[in-house]
Design a protein around this ligand. Structure first.
Ligand code: UD1
Ligand code: CA
Length: 420
């Protein structure tokens, strides 16, 4: 889709969130909402994405790294926000159509965006908008149609008359514009509304009055256009996204014993026949092999890679670590910055002390090692192949345990069997 550019509006502060973080940077299942939109647009083959930033622009830019951002200094409305991208769009002669999204609708699917673009291109309309029928349309802009069912204009809730307020067809906030029609409309809109803002939605009336055709598609999936304006809506969006993620994990062949009590963030991959037990929290981009048993009450943090047929039990926390196949970490353990080989047994209550108060250090536990109950491994340290640590031993930093040897005590020392 080389001839389409996307503008995502994300300059608003999100006042109703009552947050020091810009609204669009709030996470949903471990990923900022704005990133969902950017990733979806990229996935349908649109590379040219411009994000309009304003409130804490630097922070937004940093978090979405590499995406073109244009600053809207004063928040004069959604129409004004789009005008900021005018020069950048006109510079690129390939662009014929412009997709416009709002940064606070992270649940929009690729499917609906594609459908909108397809209809827009097929009809050659000046604008194509996404609408929905809502039993309770409060808060949304309403779509006004003529008796012949043609779109006439859009009216914001604040400016709507009592007759317009009962209209149940709302503006989702997803648009595809022909480039000429968009900039023609933008020049004509005025801030003559209650908020005294330049509304993008006012372009529709400008176009219809000039006999430039406006088309629409309607979605009945009320979940996907949920606009996140408050913390309660953020929680709702999280719930929807979590369900989507769990469904896709189950579709790929893993068992989720209790989906209502399992938390899996975006980008997690789980192999076939792995079973996730309740109250397990798996954070973004964790990879888990097949045939594993995870939880209940496990927490797998970013940077965790788990091989096939691994057992992770209750109250186990793992971060930035890899666990080789057939290894067991069953009970009350903390594993951080560690590479664990195959067939290792990590005893109950084992702690990897990876942080010395200043820096994090690495630990290696090689294949077939047996870590006794309550062992503390002070990083950096290595436990060799087939080595054993006794219950309660403290293996101190750089005192590597040689392959095949047993260490016991505090500090752990090699046990010389047969010696008095
Ligand atoms: C907007 C629509 C409304 C629609 C609803 C769907 C307008 C005028 N209204 O209302 O018809 O039903 O979305 O969710 O477009 N923004 C800027 N700069 C600005 C103002 C806003 O970048 O000057 C950004 C915001 O950060 C936000 C998006 O535009 O991401 C939408 O703004 P918001 O104030 O949330 O619009 P709504 O009142 O929800
Ligand atoms: Ca909104």
């Amino acid at each position: 889709m080389k001839n389409i550019a996307t503008i995502i509006l994300a300059a608003g502060e999100g006042t109703r969130m009552k947050s020091s973080l810009p609204k669009v940077l709030h996470n949903i299942c471990g990923k900022p909402m704005l990133k969902y939109l950017i990733d979806n647009v990229n996935s349908i083959g649109i590379d040219k994405v411009i994000v309009i930033v304003g409130h804490k622009a630097g922070l937004v830019k940093k978090l979405i790294g590499g995406i073109k951002c244009i600053k809207q200094d004063e928040l004069l409305g959604t129409g004004d926000a789009v005008s900021r991208a005018r020069a950048a769009i006109l510079k690129d002669k390939k662009i014929d159509n412009i997709l416009i999204l709002y940064g606070d609708t992270p649940l929009l699917s690729q499917g609906i965006i594609k459908k909108l673009i397809e209809k827009h291109i097929a009809t050659g309309a000046g604008a194509t908008i996404l609408t929905a029928q809502l039993k309770n349309p409060t808060g949304y802009g309403r779509v006004i149609r003529s008796s012949g069912n043609k779109i006439v204009k859009m009216v914001e809730e604040l400016d709507a008359s009592v007759y317009e307020k009962v209209i149940e067809e709302i503006n989702v906030g997803v648009y595809c514009f022909n480039k000429k029609a968009l900039f023609y409309g933008l020049e004509k809109i005025k801030p003559d509304n209650k908020k005294e803002e330049y509304y993008l939605t006012d372009i529709i009336e400008v176009l219809t009055k000039s006999d430039i055709p406006v088309e629409s598609i309607t979605t009945d999936d009320t979940e996907e256009f949920l606009g996140v304006n408050t913390r309660a809506e953020l929680a709702k969006a999280e719930l929807v996204m979590r369900k989507r993620i769990l469904d896709s994990v189950m579709d790929s062949g893993a068992t989720i014993a209790d989906p209502d009590n399992t938390y899996i963030e975006h980008g997690v991959e789980i192999g076939k026949d792995t079973v996730i037990y309740p109250y397990t929290f798996i954070e973004n981009n964790v990879k888990i092999g097949s045939g594993c048993s995870i939880g209940p009450f496990a927490r797998l943090r970013p940077g965790t890679i788990i091989g096939n047929n691994v057992g992770i039990g209750n109250f186990v926390e793992i971060v930035r670590s890899s666990i080789g196949e057939k290894t067991k970490v069953r009970h009350q353990c903390y594993i951080g910055d560690t590479v664990i080989g195959k067939n290792v047994n990590i005893g109950a209550g084992t702690i990897v002390a990876n942080y010395d108060g200043k820096e994090k250090h690495k630990t290696v536990i090689e294949d077939n090692a047996f870590i006794g109950t309550g062992t503390i491994l002070i990083a950096p340290v290595k436990v060799g192949r087939g080595a054993v640590t006794g219950a309660g031993s403290v293996v101190t930093s750089n005192k590597n345990v040689p392959a095949g040897k047993t260490v016991v005590g505090i500090p752990a020392k090699v046990l010389n069997k047969g010696k008095k």
